[in-house]
Design a binder for this molecule. Structure first.
Ligand SMILES: Cc1cc2nc3c(=O)[nH]c(=O)nc-3n(C[C@H](O)[C@H](O)[C@H](O)COP(=O)(O)OP(=O)(O)OC[C@H]3O[C@@H](n4cnc5c(N)ncnc54)[C@H](O)[C@@H]3O)c2cc1C
Length: 460
């Protein structure tokens, strides 16, 4: 798909953010893409709704500002004025542990302490847990050979309590995965680089933070998160309107075939095919095409999650909570994985006199109900779990929106990068076949956009 080979007919299967951005960048590079999307709307997991005058997100609610690709794409599309920075003056969050909320220790970058006093005074760790955490800069840390799990990596540096109460909720929560199985190399390679360079993560982070701290003091640091004023769905909607007839909604691809010239997708000939589907949804397409690819794709595990947005009348709330919300310590005690106080994190989300919170549900207590579609087995227990921690939340919301994502979180398990390599090699051996999206080289919206950019710029 290099400039020399422009003008190719390329089928893209899956109209989530990965497929839409692939179509956008490929067309820019002079190709002729056709994008097949099974549902009647573009965007996949990027879905926004307005309920009671409040803006709710069913999937992603923001972009991590330090990953620039999706924000750059918004600028390119002319929707820069819609970018909405998080309210970082209110940025703080808590950890749910032992049935109570505890402020996340101040001065940590990720879960890596940069100040001693907040660690000494936090009720989140026992005296031994604190000692173990604070010993990190004085211990020898040698990177292990091969891939290592997030759990083993954190334990090696800071001990079990830091894993359960700080790193697990913070980092495991991003992937909706179990830190015992999560590949460090695939999920947090920058921490491995810090370790390789400095040994201690505390020392490594301190040196990395010098520049960032200076920007913070000058007031020029960007907000941690960025959203879109009209909601996250504005990005796929804008892409879809620019792509026009390239996008074919209500077209579920059931079958693809390798041909002498390229690929056949639903009876149409293409030079190349991009699979912009999560691995689990891509697998059936290869059952009759290539047994190896089918086997690789079925091998990726995934976990299930749901978001439950709740809208209350402000006059029913006795106190307004502070900060962005909370995450639950591991192992999870209920189906409640986390909660965002939506109106604290972003402006322009709540209508007048409304209070909105978004619960993130998942883990073993929610899995069956999410996968079998038993909404009532999620909503009442989730509100009950929230009220047991935050009694100021009324029993009945004015309105709610439950969005389930069965098998929606790809598991970046140990060996993930080898798996991606094997998949890519096998696809290359067939020719004209590419994979793009959250199952492969990064789960965030920005990672999906970056994969699409790289694909359009690559020379297959
Ligand atoms: C609850 C939740 C919260 C998240 N929060 C954030 C966040 O705050 N920030 C962030 O950056 N990321 C977040 N993520 C991750 C991010 O939203 C996803 O990884 C990303 O949107 C996935 O995009 P995708 O294009 O790879 O896949 P998807 O969005 O899953 O799109 C795949 C598309 O393919 C279509 N499809 C399926 N089968 C076929 C077929 N046979 N033929 C044609 N079409 C088909 C589907 O209908 C779908 O539209 C979150 C994810 C979840 C679940």
């Amino acid at each position: 798909m290099s400039a020399q080979r422009s003008g190719q007919h390329i089928a893209i299967i899956g109209g989530g953010i990965a497929g839409l951005s692939a179509a956008w960048y490929l067309r820019k590079a002079g190709h002729t893409p056709t994008l097949f999307e099974a549902s009647n709307r573009p965007g996949g997991k990027m879905v926004t709704r307005e309920v009671e005058g409040c803006l709710l997100e069913g999937g992603p609610d923001s972009l991590l500002t330090e990953k620039p690709w999706a924000i750059d794409l918004c600028r390119e599309l002319g929707i820069e004025s819609a970018l909405l920075p998080s309210n970082d003056h209110q940025r703080s969050f808590s950890i749910l542990h032992g049935g109570r909320l505890h402020p996340f220790p101040a001065g940590c970058k990720l879960f890596i302490p940069q100040k001693v006093t907040p660690i000494l005074t936090t009720p989140l760790l026992s005296p031994l847990g604190k000692l173990r955490m604070l010993m990190e800069p004085f211990m020898r840390h040698r990177p292990v050979e091969g891939d290592e799990s997030l759990a083993d990596f954190t334990r090696r540096h800071f001990g079990q309590q830091t894993l359960e109460r700080l790193a697990g909720p913070l980092l495991g929560g991003i992937y909706g995965g179990d830190p015992e199985d999560m590949s460090m190399a695939a999920t947090f390679p920058r921490l491995l680089t810090l370790e390789a360079k400095h040994g201690s993560l505390v020392r490594g982070m301190a040196s990395m933070m010098k520049e960032a701290n200076a920007r913070q003091r000058e007031g020029t640091a960007p907000a941690l998160f960025t959203s879109l004023k009209q909601g996250m769905q504005l990005l796929p909607d804008t892409l879809a309107s620019r792509l026009g007839e390239v996008l074919r909604l209500n077209h579920r691809v059931q079958r693809i075939q390798k041909t002498a010239q390229g690929w056949d997708v639903e009876g149409h000939s293409f030079d190349q095919v991009i699979i912009a589907l999560p691995a689990r949804q891509a697998a059936p397409l290869f059952a009759d095409v290539d047994k190896n690819l089918h086997e690789y794709l079925t091998r990726q595990v995934s976990s299930s999650s749901a978001t439950l947005s709740l809208i209350f009348d402000c006059t029913d709330i006795s106190e307004r909570p502070r900060g962005f919300g909370f995450m639950a310590a591991h192992p999870l005690e209920t189906l409640l994985v986390g909660c965002t106080w939506t109106g604290n994190k972003f402006e322009e989300r709540e209508a007048d006199n409304r209070f909105v919170c978004r619960l993130f549900l998942g883990g073993p207590h929610a899995k069956d109900a999410i996968e079998s579609g038993q909404d009532s087995a999620l909503i009442a227990p989730a509100i009950q779990a929230l009220r047991s921690i935050c009694p100021f939340i009324p029993e009945t919301p004015l309105a709610h929106w439950l969005q389930r994502w069965p098998h929606g979180n790809p598991g970046y398990q140990l060996g993930h990068l080898d798996w991606v390599d094997q998949l890519t090699q096998r696809a290359d051996s067939l020719g004209g076949l590419h994979f793009c999206g959250s199952s492969y080289r990064g789960v965030s919206v920005s990672d999906c956009v970056k994969q699409a950019q790289d694909l359009a710029a690559s020379r297959p």
